[in-house]
Design a protein around this ligand. Structure first.
Ligand SMILES: Cc1ncc(COP(=O)(O)O)c(C=O)c1O
Length: 413
């Protein structure tokens, strides 16, 4: 039996809500208000916008807050599509290397890269682990820069008891199909800037159409993702297809997995997704209510995995899963030697873990300002990172199975 690289943790109640909301799609505004009220506990002094994706929030923030030729600092391990979006809006990009411990931006290296044209820093809380956001905030205040937090992976992660998203001028979480909590595609933008928040809401009102074809396509994707969350169904539906692709056409396999990361040549289209449907908002409300419960399970699994890999010579666990206050959304290991072979072995044993080789933004043709700089830490880890399934939907037996197969796969090489 194969274990899929992601699973949706939905309850029977969520399925009933989905069916109900599809047939009774009324009072969507009331649902949106309820979702915002729940979020208000996390972001007490922020304006909140609910979006069809985090990327749209990012695009609109840059569009409304910056102007052509402004420079923006990103970590060299950022979400590639965000840099593409910034370039599309005529901005200039400078990259800063990451720290070895958590692969987040190395705040000690930021100030050397600031010049009179620098206007913003994008701080990505990579793999859900909070970056040194207080220190970065201080740098931004000192140099009068905007701080945009990429919280796409860090919902429910905190630093000194303050949730990520509350530090910057803007914080953007993703609630896409692959994220926790999920609205089955969507994003949440929080900001103290009332004007920005109003502009974003007006833009959505004006430009996002109620496109039924897009909504239907998303619905089919949701159904397939729900079915594929069950290892037994995944083994029948998708296992063989992925096995075939990874063996005979790894390029297509990579395209399928990372289709949303901006690696193709097309420009980003801000109206690519419709506004959230009522059923998506209902699922979001349910997910946020269950956030702590799901987090606890992930922490338990990740502690177990971290402990089990402790003495392995070839596997290093990225981030500390014993540490409280973060969401353990990603369990990433670094495979020191023979990454490709080990990954393949693990895959053949049925553990469809995700090759996280997409983050090194110095490797794309983004025409960055500091093209001659090197990013030694990024370079060192790129192509060696594997994301292991760690989802509250899986049971302890699945996690035990994942562990055994990774150790066996690694030992075979
Ligand atoms: C770090 C990071 N930033 C931004 C995004 C974009 O989120 P969305 O897919 O909701 O636009 C993602 C999505 O995978 C991400 O992982």
């Amino acid at each position: 039996m194969a274990i899929p690289f992601f699973s949706l943790d939905l309850k029977l109640r969520d399925f009933l809500l989905i069916i109900k909301d599809i047939f009774l799609p009324y009072d969507k505004k009331g649902h949106e208000k309820k979702l915002k009220e729940l979020l208000k506990d996390r972001y007490p002094d922020r304006y909140i916008s609910i979006l069809p994706s985090a990327r749209l929030g990012f695009y609109l923030s840059l569009k409304f807050l910056l102007k052509k030729d402004d420079e923006v600092i990103f970590s060299s391990m950022s979400f590639p599509l965000y840099i593409k979006i910034a370039k599309q809006l005529g901005l200039k990009i400078t990259l800063v290397d990451v720290c070895e411990q958590n692969l987040n931006i190395d705040y000690l290296k930021i100030e050397h890269k600031i010049n009179k044209n620098t206007k913003a820093i994008v701080a990505t809380h990579l793999f859900g682990y909070p970056c040194e956001i207080e220190k970065i905030k201080n740098i931004c205040e000192k140099h009068n820069l905007l701080l945009i937090e990429d919280c796409a992976q860090s919902f429910n992660s905190k630093l000194n008891n303050i949730e990520t998203g509350n530090f910057g001028d803007v914080g953007i979480s993703s609630t896409s199909l692959l994220k926790i909590p999920t609205t089955l595609s969507g994003g949440i933008l929080v900001t103290k800037n009332k004007v920005l928040s109003e502009k974003i809401d007006e833009w959505q009102e004006k430009y996002l159409k109620n496109n039924l074809t897009l909504k239907f396509q998303l619905f089919i994707k949701v159904i397939l993702s729900i079915l594929n969350s069950y290892p037994k169904i995944y083994s029948i539906l998708s296992d063989k297809i992925f096995n075939f692709l990874i063996k005979y056409n790894p390029r297509i396999y990579r395209k399928v997995l990372y289709s949303g990361m901006g690696m193709n040549d097309l420009p980003y289209n801000p109206v690519e997704r419709p506004r959230l449907a009522k059923y998506q908002i209902s699922v979001g409300i349910s997910q946020i209510k269950r956030c702590e419960e799901m987090n606890k399970i992930r922490k338990k699994y990740s502690e177990f995995l971290q402990k089990s890999f402790k003495d392995n010579n070839n596997i290093i666990v990225i981030n500390d899963h014993y540490k409280e206050q973060w969401n353990h959304q990603y369990f990433v290991i670094l495979i020191k030697n023979n990454f490709d072979k080990v990954h393949k072995e693990i895959f053949n044993l049925g553990i469809h873990a995700m090759d996280e080789n997409v983050w090194d933004c110095s490797k794309y043709n983004f025409n960055i300002e500091n093209v001659n700089d090197s990013f030694p830490v990024t370079e060192m880890v790129n192509g060696k990172l594997l994301r292991i399934q760690n989802n509250s939907f899986l049971n302890e037996k699945n996690i035990q199975d994942i562990l055994e197969k990774i150790i066996n796969g690694n030992n075979k090489i």
